[in-house]
Design a protein around this ligand. Structure first.
Ligand code: COD
Ligand code: ATP
Length: 194
């Protein structure tokens, strides 16, 4: 079974594109979401997070994402520590999930695919791009995040130019109907390659 890695900077439109693949019946694994699920459910992951980031990492409602985000996106060292706990757990979980799928290919969506070696598990990669100001505008509309918080995350991600040099496919996500059509074209290529 082939794996199509789907990535893009914060606010580029990855989740929107992932949903277009879902509409075509392709199984989609969203690494950001599964990571958060594992941070709430995997005892080894929870223990490691509490040891490094303290008891305040969890409230009675589970992982305190704001508390963790405030720490890791201001310190490369702490972000590396969190990545080192979470990424191996996500990799194991993805392999288990993939073995249960029945389709020509699956989509693996991750914000930091090239940065952290996630592209090694992919046969093809798709990069979603949008101009810097457009991404910021979309995020300010979607979230409660401040400009400062958004830029702190962007600083921990590679530029589109650096990622574009490595990607097999690139979608400039401006007009949504065009993006949907480009997803259909890539879907056909993936089916042919399977
Ligand atoms: C710090 C956490 C709890 C904050 O959660 P929150 O709900 O606010 O953000 P979410 O995970 O949905 O990510 C939103 C965006 O932030 C950026 N981002 C998230 N993790 C990272 C990271 N490790 N490096 C750079 N950017 C990141 C991405 O653009 C992502 O799309 C969370 O981001 C996290 O645990 N990150 C570290 C683990 C990780 O790498 N997860 C992602 C895939 S495995
Ligand atoms: N082509 C587009 N035109 C207008 N709005 C869009 C377009 N694509 C996505 N959006 C909107 O922009 C916002 C960001 O898109 P989306 O959530 O898909 O990005 P993302 O890359 O998954 O973000 P994150 O990195 O934060 O997870 C959403 O509110 C989405 O509805």
């Amino acid at each position: 079974m082939k794996v199509l890695g789907l990535t893009g900077g914060i606010g580029s439109g990855k989740t929107t594109v992932a949903n277009f693949f879902r509409e075509l019946g392709v199984p989609v694994y969203i690494a950001d979401d599964e990571a958060k699920e594992l941070m709430n459910s995997d005892p080894g992951v929870k223990k490691a997070i509490t040891e490094i980031f303290g008891e305040n990492s969890y409230t009675s409602n589970g992982l305190d994402r704001k508390y963790l985000a405030d720490r890791v996106f201001k310190s490369k060292e702490l972000l590396e520590k969190l990545n080192a706990i979470v990424h191996p757990a996500v990799n194991r979980h993805f392999e288990e999930w993939k073995s249960k799928q029945q389709s020509a290919y699956v989509v693996y969506e991750a914000a930091i695919l090239f940065e952290k070696g996630g592209s090694e598990k992919c046969d093809f990669t798709l990069l979603i791009t949008a101009p810097h100001e457009v991404k910021i505008e979309r995020l300010l509309q979607r979230d409660n995040s401040s400009l400062e918080e958004i830029e702190a995350r962007m600083e921990n991600q590679w530029s589109d130019e650096k990622k574009a040099a490595l990607a097999n496919f690139i979608i400039e996500n401006n007009d949504l109907s065009r993006t949907r059509q480009e997803v259909r074209n890539i879907h056909l290529i993936m089916l042919q390659s399977a």
